[in-house]
Design a protein around this ligand. Structure first.
Ligand code: NAD
Ligand code: ISE
Length: 334
């Protein structure tokens, strides 16, 4: 029997995930959708033979829905995740889990009260072949201990609703999760630096931004977030070890020779850059639901990311290095 998925939020990534769940992922079918854009979502529901629900809460409660996928705007995530937990349904929530650490904490508390892991967060980089290979190399200690990481998260452009804090809450949140997963340790401190501003930004966005993390064991990470870089979607992670360096390469399958040049292209967007990671992420999510054991990025991981994010905001305000304090992880997440 296919697992019936209800999707809340049918914008860019919602539609991508619907296509993937219906077309690529084995064992799942999207049966219900909801969006505040009633006209657009009703049209989509008709095209794909799914039921449109006026509110996310009605969708979550429906018998037509076994599990929930939340792909609406960031500030709406918490309410739908909490409602899914209340209804005892598995829920996949795109990042961020909630817009602040109090919201993430409420979700962790609700899940602990439910006594079962129901939530998975959309930190898809853990499913990217490049990051998986980096993790294997670090764990094997083939090149000795990891000492420093040089990372960048670049987007071609950001719209006028994208503000300075979103460089962390909406963008760097991916690295905040994947780098602690890669190194298997938490951060100790963070310091933010605001470099010279590009002319291609607007008043409410300081772009680029630079973050320097120190992990508990002393690994130093520099992370550039530059969301108006203009040249493409560019993700860098170079791990400097004692006797070698391992780094991500852009997944390219062709090269171009033309007009005296020989080159490869930069990925244009997140859809292209991480397409295989998203496919793998969703197949494993559906498989884990069948087994009844969620083993992807948890609500706890979403919470830790949010605490780290708050420390980044504090450091941007003060210019100082800020300590990142995280409580002991509850047993359910060990
Ligand atoms: P989008 O603006 O294209 O789509 C969001 C949709 O949510 C819109 O159709 C909007 O009408 C709908 N919506 C807003 N409030 C709602 C509500 N209360 N109930 C139901 N629907 C509501 O945005 P997007 O780019 O698709 O991003 C959606 C989410 O996915 C964001 O949280 C974003 O951070 C995340 N995202 C993750 C990745 C990733 O790489 N993992 C990539 C892109 C976006
Ligand atoms: C977007 O929401 C994503 O999650 C992308 O992966 C990220 O690169 C982009 O900055 C975000 O806005």
């Amino acid at each position: 029997m296919e697992i019936k998925v209800g999707v809340i939020g049918t914008g860019a990534i919602g539609r991508e995930h619907i296509k993937r769940l219906n077309g690529k992922v084995q064992g799942a079918v999207v049966t219900a959708i909801s969006d505040i854009d009633v006209a657009g979502a009703t049209k989509l529901a008709n095209e794909m033979n799914a039921t449109f629900f006026k509110t996310g809460e009605e969708l979550i409660a429906s018998e037509e829905v076994d599990v929930v996928l939340v792909t609406s705007w960031d500030p709406t995530h918490e309410q739908y995740v909490l409602e899914s937990i209340k209804q005892g349904k598995y829920v996949f929530c795109e990042k961020p889990l909630a817009t602040d650490s109090d919201g993430c904490r409420r979700i962790v508390e609700a899940e602990l009260a439910a006594g079962k892991q129901l939530v998975q967060v959309g930190f898809m980089r853990r499913y990217d072949r490049g990051y998986i290979e980096l993790k294997e190399a670090i764990e094997s200690k083939k090149f000795g201990e990891a000492l420093m990481l040089h990372c960048a998260h670049r987007n071609p452009s950001a719209d006028s609703n994208y503000t300075t804090p979103m460089a962390i809450s909406n963008t760097a949140i991916h690295e905040i999760d994947v780098l602690r997963w890669l190194l298997e340790e938490d951060y100790d401190t963070v310091q933010m630096i605001l470099p010279k501003k590009t002319k291609n930004t607007h008043e409410k966005l300081h772009d680029p931004q630079l973050l320097i993390f120190q992990t508990k064991s002393g690994v130093t990470i520099d992370l550039e977030v530059f969301v108006n870089c203009r040249f493409g979607y560019d993700i860098k992670c170079d791990v400097v070890c004692e006797t070698g360096e391992i780094g991500l390469v852009d997944p390219v399958y062709t090269k171009i020779k033309s007009e005296g040049k020989n080159y490869t292209q930069v990925s244009p967007d997140w859809q292209t850059r991480f397409i295989e990671a998203y496919d793998y992420e969703f197949q494993l999510w559906i498989d884990s639901i069948r087994r009844g054991v969620i083993d992807g990025p948890s609500a706890w991981d979403g919470y830790v990311a949010s605490i780290t994010m708050v420390a980044c905001h504090d450091s941007r305000e003060s210019g100082e290095k800020v300590k990142i304090e995280i409580e002991e992880r509850p047993d359910m997440y060990n």
